[in-house]
Write a protein that binds this ligand. Structure first.
Ligand SMILES: *Cc1c(COP(=O)(O)O)cnc(C)c1O
Length: 220
């Protein structure tokens, strides 16, 4: 087996184990392979191993990398996980299948317009600044009700909530808080968990884990 397929098997097995412990099905967890900064051949190796969902955090980088990969491989789903400027809404709607970082009213309005214009409707996750950290994206927890309501009013395809917990502290309480907010607002998806903590996230209900380093190795 290649390195890529060994890493992929290891991560998949860990997801299956965590799902099993929580009485969940592994197929209810989408593994998003975060390919930011990695070149197309590293991505090709994971595609060859069977991976189909990938995440990028910059529109320009994705525009450079993905049209070629998509021309060579069917069935790829591309997830946007970075901070999104409203003036990139059209490009994002055109290129991505899922947007994990929708976090403010002006961006929602821009996305609704871009979707109407382009005739594509990528699933949207509302990103929540779950640890109330000034340097991080995501809406403040108290604004979640108003933003969920606005997403519904604009008919954005709201798939769930997303968070990045504070670094270097136990993430489980933050995952649990995001899960509680999702239940309260009747949204199904939970995008949470990265290389260091995706197993805990799966046990607490993650439907999407965003894993880079554990699949590709360290970023330069
Ligand atoms: C880079 C990134 C990840 C992946 O992080 P790893 O620790 O490499 O798994 C996940 N989510 C977001 C939003 C990221 O920017």
């Amino acid at each position: 087996m290649s390195d890529a397929s060994e890493r992929l098997e290891r991560v998949r097995a860990a997801i299956a184990r965590a799902a099993g412990l929580a009485g969940r099905l592994p197929e209810d967890v989408t593994l998003v392979a975060v390919s930011k900064t990695h070149p197309p051949d590293a991505i090709e190796a994971l595609i060859a191993a069977g991976q189909r969902d990938f995440g990028e955090n910059r529109v320009q980088e994705a525009q450079a990398k993905w049209p070629g990969l998509r021309a060579r491989h069917g069935g790829l789903r591309l997830h946007f996980i970075g901070s999104l400027q409203s003036n990139k809404a059209k490009e994002a709607v055109e290129l991505f299948d899922v947007l994990h970082s929708v976090d403010r009213p002006s961006l929602m309005t821009a996305l609704a317009g871009a979707m109407a214009e382009r005739g594509r409707r990528p699933d949207c996750f509302l990103q929540v600044n779950i640890g109330d950290e000034p340097q991080k994206g995501g809406c403040p927890v108290p604004e979640v009700p108003a933003l969920v309501e606005q997403a519904r009013r604009l008919r954005l395809p709201l798939a769930g909530l997303m968070c990045i917990p504070p670094a270097d502290v136990e993430p489980a309480p933050y995952f649990a808080l995001l899960a509680k907010l999702a239940r309260r607002h009747d949204v199904a998806g939970l995008s949470m968990g990265m290389s260091a903590d995706y197993e805990a996230a799966v046990m607490i209900g993650a439907t999407h884990v965003r894993v880079g380093t554990a699949l590709f190795g360290a970023r330069a």
